[in-house]
Design a protein around this ligand. Structure first.
Ligand code: C5P
Length: 237
C-alpha cells in the first residue's frame, strides 16, 4: 500500500535533503520542499528529487492576484510537482485560477494535475492575531469558512492541523484530501508543535496525508523512524 507519509525536507542544503530522501524513500509517499530550501536551492533540487522517482510537495503557499498565482501554479506543474499550496485568504477567484491552471497545464503536458492544497488559518495565528486583521476573530469559525470557500472554489485538498481533521471531515465533501502536519509519536523531545496527534490517530480521524519533519529527519535512525511512522499510519487507516 502506498505511504501517506510526506517528509518535510527542512534541511539546510540540497545535498542533505537528497541524501535523506534517498534513504527513507521506501517508507514515504512524497517529500515536501518549503520556502527555505526552494529559495536556497531552486527548481533544480525539485528536478533532482523527481529524478529519484519521488513525488514532490512544493509548499510555497502562493497568495497574489489570480493571474500571478495561475502563472506560478503553471510553472510548478511544468516542474512536475504532485502537490502545492495556496492561501485560501487569497479568495475564491485566486483559488479557482490556481485550480484551473493546474488542470489546464497538466492536460497540455499529458500529466495528472497536482493537488492544489488550500491553507486556511496559519497555526501560528490565534484569535488576537485574527482580530488584528479586522475579520472573524474565532479561529475555528474562520478555518471552517475558508475550508468551505476552498471546496466551493474547486480545490481538492487542504492543509489542516490534526485537531481540525474531525470538524473539517464533517463539513467537507468526502473526496477532499486533508494533509496534516503536527504529527508526533511521543518519543521525540518536546518542541514548538503544541497541537499534535500520533500518526495512527491522525489517520483514524480522517487525514489523507501526514507531513512529518523532525520525527524523521532529526531521529537517531531516520530510516527506522520512517518505517515505524509509516506502519503506525497504516494501522490507523
Ligand atoms: O518538524 P515538523 O514535523 O514539525 O515539521 C512539520 C512541517 O509542516 C514543517 O515543514 C512546517 O513548516 C509545516 N507546517 C506546520 N504547520 C502548519 C503548516 C505547515 O508544521 N500549519
Amino acid at each position: 500500500m502506498s505511504s501517506p507519509i510526506i517528509v518535510a525536507l527542512d534541511l539546510p542544503s540540497g545535498s542533505a535533503a537528497l541524501d535523506l530522501a534517498t534513504r527513507v524513500a521506501p517508507h514515504v509517499g512524497a517529500f515536501k520542499v518549503g520556502k527555505e530550501l526552494f529559495v536556497s536551492e531552486g527548481p533544480d533540487l525539485v528536478r533532482r528529487l523527481r529524478q529519484t522517482g519521488a513525488a514532490v510537495f512544493l509548499d510555497l503557499k502562493f497568495h497574489d492576484i489570480p493571474n500571478t498565482v495561475a502563472k506560478a501554479v503553471a510553472a510548478a506543474v511544468r516542474l512536475d510537482v504532485q502537490m502545492l499550496t495556496v492561501h485560501c485568504s487569497g479568495g475564491s477567484a485566486m483559488m479557482r485560477a490556481a485550480e484551473t491552471a493546474a488542470q489546464e497545464t497538466a492536460a497540455s503536458l499529458g500529466r495528472k494535475p497536482p493537488l492544489v492544497l488550500g491553507v486556511t488559518v496559519l497555526t501560528s495565528m490565534d484569535s488576537a492575531a485574527l482580530a488584528e486583521l479586522g475579520g472573524e476573530p474565532d479561529v475555528t469559525r474562520q478555518v471552517e469558512r475558508l475550508a468551505r470557500l476552498a471546496a466551493d472554489s474547486g480545490l481538492r485538498g487542504l492543509v489542516c492541523s490534526p485537531l481540525e481533521i474531525t470538524t473539517l471531515r464533517s463539513i467537507l465533501p468526502s473526496t477532499m484530501q486533508l494533509v496534516t502536519p503536527g504529527i508526533r509519536t511521543g518519543s521525540e523531545k518536546s518542541d514548538d508543535q503544541k497541537r499534535t496527534l500520533g500518526p495512527s490517530e491522525a489517520m483514524a480521524a480522517g487525514a489523507s496525508w501526514l507531513v512529518v519533519g523532525r520525527p524523521i529527519y532529526a531521529a537517531a535512525d531516520p530510516i527506522e523512524a520512517a518505517r515505524r511512522i509509516h506502519a503506525a499510519s497504516v494501522e490507523g487507516r
